[in-house]
Design a protein around this ligand. Sequence first.
Ligand code: NAD
Length: 317
Amino acid sequence: METIGFIGLGNMGLGMSRNIQRAGYPMVVYDIREEATKPLLENGARLASSPAEVARLSDVTLTSLPGPNEVEAVATGPEGVLEGIREGSVYVDLSTSRPTLIRQIEPLFRQKGAHALDAPVSGGKSGAITGNLAVMVGGERELFDRIKPVLDSFGDKVFYSGSIGAGSICKLVHNMIGHGVRQAIAEGLTLGVKAGVDAESLWECVRRGSLGQMNILHRGIPGSLFRGDFDRASFALELSRKDILLANELGREYDVPMPIANLAEQMAIQAINRGWGDRDAGVTFLLQEEAAGVEVRAPHVDPEKAGKFITTHPDAE
Ligand code: NAD
């Protein structure tokens, strides 16, 4: 079986790498927080001392890192993946990152007789644990076919998106729509509560009406929102802001006006300036509550009855 290298064992990377390991692949792992590698090492993975060493020892090297800055450093920096990668091996970035970055990186791997793909994921921390992730892949089709069994070991919805960078573009578009919808939900719920209807009734209405067909309403909103508790981040606001920033950046590059996405970014900036960067991405809801002068609380919403409310991030959809 091919040896799989995994770099970045955070909220997403830990679950994904454990599922690859469970599928029987020998693994080599690395994270700047060495303690994050422990669950993998306990199950037989080998610890590498740098991304270059991971690549040297692996047939396929995967990264799940916060964003483009870390991806660039880990992929092409000193002691990075590029330095160690062997001819014929494949580098796959699973992070939500800048499409133009992977387009710059890919030819460098080709020059070494190796390959690169972008394959961002969607489904949140819970999906990473259960193996219920969408994986959108950009790059050469033959490479996609070659490494698909590895991707299938941690994602149940793996699909080919197009040439290099296409996976990242799909992912930014997905999250951008999620941000806009979340903001609309925040406005609607604060209006409803301020106008005198309780949060449970509003939620029943939204879910049972035609809007209820939207999957975003079945996952990702009420659990923490209706308790006003955003402290346990399964997806940090800091990372969510990076996603919307990258989408707006792409919009500017292609002259696409995106007023809602820009508003969503402004809300994220405000929340970060409150010192909320480490809190869950859904914490922007509190800004809308403050602006509206109302709290939307429904502590008695039964998560089982209302849907699977696992996290507050659009990635969970
Ligand atoms: P995280 O911050 O929990 O994990 C990132 C990991 O990378 C950490 O363990 C960190 O120690 C490690 N790391 C950082 N810099 C490193 C370096 N230079 N070398 C080695 N390791 C390094 O982030 P996350 O929530 O797991 O997200 C990872 C990626 O997946 C991000 O791009 C994010 O946008 C995307 N994503 C997140 C979610 C989610 O719900 N959390 C869902 C879909 C996609």
